[in-house]
Design a protein around this ligand. Structure first.
Ligand SMILES: [Mg+2]
Length: 400
């Protein structure tokens, strides 16, 4: 059995908890600190009551609710609270996982003798989180991750639900298919086209029909999504992107690339293009390993000087652009000594498994973009898609 814990209006609730003046009020957390030129990152339940929700332009949100309180997103705060909650959950079981910054999974098998029936464990978790942080969450408990996730979603806010073989059919009756995690707008449209609108309709659809219409992988996934008896293991029922983490191989100490230029180069545009190139190469390998790194090291060499400098950042990354920006920052501090560069290298250390959940919508979008790029490059060859600046250093040329 798996317990899925999803914090209710997490960012907004943390803000309300820290600043009691915000309690009971519609609160909008924005991605940037200009209240009219940002996107709603999170909304308190009082704001949601007006129809405000994450992803909405803040300008629109303030049109609907001019008296809403505005707070700029403070990722360090939420990451801190998220880690604290994780620590609290680790008291219950060593098998705890972060799904996103405000979602957690616990494998419940074996915990009953210690903490009692599953629903009691759920209540206890909710109480502990409420007492320690003053925050509400919604919990789904089910034999598969997908059903646990669906349970937590449908029981929001402040809910607790146990889904098992006995109540499954009643639980999913009339629930729109798009509530299932993984069924996006395209799949929803396709299912609707077949007359499958609700979860109970989906569960009654024969596997052959689904495979026929959606292909083998997706068809089977749709067929298994609402079943408890298909030996859907903990890993198998996780979204594809998370499987890599679980299978992550042994962790290397650092990942780096370096390059010797054909001659001393002083043109900063070219130097930065190479820096970007090396950053992308490092990032690509990091993602293959399922890792992210805290520390960026930049190695520079010219005819007069050679230096290695590193900097550690709070938020780990495996995004080529981010690694580039960080190494560029290090370069700028060294610029005076390096009017010309002959060789350079970028590496990442302080490596951790890439389990850090995306914090903001922008990060999630960027993550999706990078994943799509990796997929295209895996299929059509390295550098089929690459950042435009790399045109300056011609990444496809053989002599690099
Ligand atoms: Mg949540």
């Amino acid at each position: 059995m798996i317990m899925h814990i999803d914090m209710d209006a997490f960012f907004a609730s943390v803000e309300q908890q820290i600043n009691p003046a915000l309690k009971g009020k519609p609160v909008i957390v924005g991605a940037r600190d200009n209240k009219y030129y940002t996107v709603v990152t999170a909304a308190s339940y009082e704001a949601k009551a007006y129809g405000i929700d994450s992803g909405m332009p803040s300008r629109e949100a303030f049109k609907i609710c001019p008296h809403a309180e505005f707070v700029a997103c403070d990722s360090a705060k939420y990451t801190y609270v998220s880690r604290e909650i994780f620590g609290l959950l680790a008291d219950f079981s060593p098998q705890v996982e972060h799904t996103t910054i405000d979602e957690f999974d616990i494998v419940l098998d074996g915990l009953e003798p210690l903490f009692g029936p599953f629903l009691d464990i759920g209540k206890r978790v909710k109480n502990r989180i409420q007492e320690a942080f003053g925050l509400a969450c919604s919990i789904g408990i089910a034999p598969t991750w997908l059903l646990a996730k669906l349970g937590s979603k449908l029981s929001k806010p402040d809910g607790l639900v146990l889904v098992n073989e006995t109540n499954l059919d009643a639980f999913i009756r009339g629930v729109p298919v798009e509530k299932i995690c993984g069924i996006g707008p395209a799949l929803t449209g396709h299912l609707h086209g077949l007359g499958i609108l609700s979860c109970d309709q989906l569960k009654k659809t024969p596997q052959e029909i689904l495979v026929d219409n959606f292909g083998r992988a997706t068809g089977h996934w749709l067929w298994a999504a609402l079943r408890t008896d298909e030996n859907l293991t903990w890993q198998k029922s996780l979204p594809a992107g998370r499987q890599g983490q679980i299978e992550a191989r042994k962790t290397p100490k650092s990942v780096g690339h370096s390059y010797t230029l054909p001659r001393e180069i002083s043109d900063q545009k070219i130097i930065f293009a190479w820096l970007r190139m090396l950053s992308e190469m490092v990032a690509e390998r990091m993602r293959k390993y399922g890792l992210a790194g805290h520390t960026v090291s930049l190695w520079l060499s010219s005819k007069n000087e050679s230096s290695l400098r590193q900097k550690t950042f709070q938020i780990p990354t495996n995004d080529g652009w981010e690694i580039f920006m960080r190494s560029k920052g290090i370069f700028s501090q060294k610029k005076a000594y390096f009017r010309t560069v002959r060789a350079l290298g970028v590496s990442l250390s302080g490596l951790i498994s890439d389990a850090a959940p995306p914090l903001l919508i922008e990060q999630k979008r960027r993550g999706d973009l990078i994943a799509a790029m990796d997929q295209i490059n895996a299929r059509y060859g390295d550098w089929t898609l690459s950042p435009a600046i790399l045109g300056l250093v011609n990444p496809t040329s053989k002599d690099k």
